[in-house]
Design a protein around this ligand. Structure first.
Ligand SMILES: [Fe+2]
Length: 498
């Protein structure tokens, strides 16, 4: 049974299926039997069939998934092409090994702690939490520091902020009083599962720390300086004296082809514009939700113009097939695309990739790519739902502020157990180790551009007008804009196509 037939079988039954699951089923001698067993075992809560759903009866998951994507990607990248080069620095697509066991979650969070605490350790001298209790001698310690993951955070009846901080040696309660306004402002934004450093004094009984300062991993203060040369200004304005002559990248996301609210005419105008040479665009980067998908939310079928997910991708391939060959297209998936929902998401499966030109590069979500020396961290942005709901003053209308919160935490999806379903891979792919020049997100369908400590953050909107769901949720999308980045200066320019 070919992989495409496995995908079709699931699609006919109304399910998307992850590439991992397809590869796994395809590795067995009687894949059709396994498909029917899996289908029988699924309940209504399942939208995307993943490897975890194949662990039924006598069908077990082998240690490593069959994945030839890395080979194919390397092969594609080594081919000479008209379009300019892309260097993929980090991507889950060829590295997924997790099956969702408890021990993998432990390893995943250890990795997160080790890497983020390493960043903070450069700024404070912290001691292991177990040493706080062991060294307590009945006197007040003036200044001690610990680094840990926030396992609990709440406001007490007295108006204090009480947090539980955890490192591999133990956990400890720390208290922030509202009297210090600056400290309180930082503490108010602290969320579950982020890694922070705290310095403070221990109470006489040695059971509580009164916090004096909080250190987030954050970016170095003077990281990326504006690259030399003229260029556009930041915040989408057109000021500045550059013309993008050294080369540009067009950043878009959330195209939602297949939806009855997809703005096909505007998108078509955008593709034509790419071809008319108004600006020297060399790259087109799409940060997820290329299509609307199927079965993403209840009742979606009544809002689809193209009800078949493969037809949606065929239509996308037709549009993108009109992009001039000297423009390199990079496509990352989002939560509406036909890959596993759990993040990090691998690249779209071969059956879909084969619909597009050979020059198109498919990455996972998130992915760090380098073009012309500019590092772009692409993340669809599902975690913004959790961050907006939790951090004070965040909103769907100001996505750039939410993205800055990711940079401050050096993590794209800090909260576990919210809207983002996290796959416990060997390492935490959401940690922002290498600081990018640009962070490019989508998902919230609004536009926001800003610069934080030298990193340009861009949320690139959508190509879909307001849906009924968004109307009900009072979400006001900003459709049919492309953000053009001058790769020499990182200046930006917004071009509207509605
Ligand atoms: Fe979207």
């Amino acid at each position: 049974m070919q992989e495409s037939l496995i995908v079709e079988e699931f699609a006919n039954a109304g399910y998307q299926v992850s590439p991992d699951a397809v590869a796994l089923i395809g590795a067995y001698s009687a894949p059709d039997t396994i498909v029917s067993k899996v289908l029988q075992s699924l309940d209504d809560s399942v939208l995307v069939v993943g490897r975890e759903h194949i662990n039924i009866g006598d069908v077990k998951i082998p240690e490593k998934p069959a994945d030839k994507l890395a080979e194919k990607l390397a092969d594609k990248l080594s081919k000479p092409a008209d379009a300019p080069a892309v260097n993929i620095l980090s991507d889950i697509s060829n590295e997924s090994t997790c099956v969702g066991e408890y021990s993998e979650f432990v390893r995943y969070f250890r990795d997160r702690y080790t890497r983020l605490s390493g960043i903070i350790r450069g700024r404070i001298t912290a001691r292991p939490i177990e040493s706080l209790r062991a060294r307590h001698s009945g006197r007040e310690y003036d200044s001690v520091s610990i680094i840990g993951m926030v396992s609990d955070v709440r406001t007490t009846s007295n108006g204090n902020k009480l947090m539980e901080i955890e490192d591999p040696t133990g956990s400890f309660p720390v208290l922030v009083r509202p009297s210090d306004r600056d400290l309180w402002a930082i503490a108010s934004g602290i969320i579950h599962d982020e890694v922070i450093g705290v310095t403070g004094s221990l109470t006489r009984d040695g059971r509580l720390m009164i916090v004096k300062s909080i250190v987030l991993p954050d970016l170095p203060n003077r990281y990326n300086q504006t690259l030399p040369g003229g260029g556009w200004g930041i915040n989408g304005s057109e000021h500045g004296n550059g013309d993008g002559g050294a080369g540009c990248a067009a950043l878009i996301s959330d195209v939602h082809i297949g939806s009855d609210t997809f703005l096909g005419d505007a998108f078509s105008d955008f593709i034509d514009w790419l071809g008319d040479g108004s600006l020297p665009v060399q790259y087109l980067i799409i940060a997820g939700d290329l299509v609307d998908g199927i079965g993403i939310y209840p009742g979606q079928e009544s809002e689809l113009e193209i009800p078949d997910v493969y037809d949606q991708y065929r239509s996308a391939a037709e549009y993108l097939g009109r992009v001039p060959k000297n423009i390199r297209i990079i496509i990352a998936p989002g939560n509406h695309d036909a890959v596993r929902l759990a993040e990090p998401q691998p690249a779209l499966p071969e059956k879909i990739r084969s619909m597009f030109s050979d020059d198109v590069i498919f990455t996972g979500n998130p992915a760090l790519v380098e073009i012309r020396g500019v590092r772009i961290l692409i993340y669809h942005g599902r975690s913004m739902d959790d961050l907006i709901a939790t951090i004070p003053k965040m909103s769907y209308q100001r996505p750039e502020l939410v993205m800055i919160e990711m940079l401050r935490r050096r993590h794209l999806a800090p909260m576990y157990g919210g809207r983002v379903s996290i796959a416990p891979e060997n390492s935490d792919h959401f940690v922002i180790d290498r600081v990018p020049h640009i962070l490019h997100c989508g998902h919230v369908h609004t536009i926001g551009i800003d610069r934080y400590k030298g990193v340009t953050v861009i949320n690139s909107g959508t190509w879909q007008s307001q849906t009924d769901f968004q109307k009900r949720m009072n979400l006001d999308p900003v459709p049919a804009h492309a953000t053009i980045v001058d790769l020499a200066t990182l200046g930006t320019k917004m071009v509207k196509f509605a």
